[in-house]
Design a protein around this ligand. Structure first.
Ligand code: GTP
Ligand code: MG
Length: 192
């Protein structure tokens, strides 16, 4: 039986009553917490079991910014290399990216530059990108300092947040900021 959350999502997905539709993508290595981050934002749930995403999936959420109804279509991509051809096909047309690494996983941090190159190769030139270091709650297992994260973000010209999908830290703010950046970008032609 559908939960009230499912019903809400079906309603949101079918809702044609909006001023703007923004397509967003969450990318980064496998297991950094992309799916968890989206579930936390979308239906405020978290599970500690790991079910690696196959291919790509999406959720819809409607938000309000400066009196406008903005429908977010948020695509959750598989981090595993073998799905790369499928997932990069979705980059085109994305107006915003959340590029995620895991603060307890050096490999995921070292891959950030490669993910950036993927964005440059496959997406629109004016796509907005936010760098996110997830699993902020695991302070005792941290291997990537906040300073390293911030320095890389500065080098790449990206905004930067550390988050926890588990403890719900900075999740909403990342989406709000991304929506704001996209609104700013398009405001010259169509004020948000
Ligand atoms: P792929 O689908 O393979 O690309 O992985 P993913 O990036 O979607 O990772 P997923 O969200 O499935 O999370 C991987 C594991 O990390 C799961 O066991 C989650 O419970 C855990 N996890 C995700 N976010 C957090 C977090 O903020 N803190 C902690 N402690 N664990 C997290
Ligand atoms: Mg996933």
């Amino acid at each position: 039986m559908a939960s009230s959350n499912d019903t809400k999502w079906q309603k949101d997905a079918a809702d044609q009553n909006f001023d703007y539709m923004f397509k967003l993508l969450i990318i980064g290595n496998s297991s950094v917490g992309k799916t968890s981050f989206l579930f936390r934002y979308a239906d405020d749930t978290f599970t500690s079991s790991f079910v690696s995403t196959v291919g790509i999936d999406f959720k819809v959420k409607t938000v309000f910014q400066q009196g406008k109804r903005i429908k977010l279509q948020i695509w959750d991509t598989a981090g595993q290399e073998r799905y790369r051809t499928i997932t990069t096909a979705y980059y085109r047309g994305a107006m915003g990216f959340i590029l995620m690494y895991d603060v307890t996983n050096d490999d995921s941090f070292n891959s950030v530059q490669d993910w950036c190159t993927q964005i440059k190769t496959f997406s629109w030139d004016n796509a907005q990108v936010i760098l996110v270091g997830n699993k902020f709650d695991l302070e005792h297992e941290r291997v990537v300092s906040t300073e390293r994260g911030r320095r890389l973000a500065d080098q790449l010209g990206l905004e930067f947040f550390e988050t926890s999908a588990k403890d719900n830290i900075n999740v909403d703010i990342v989406f709000e900021r991304l929506v704001h950046l996209i609104c700013e970008r398009i405001s010259k032609r169509h004020p948000c």
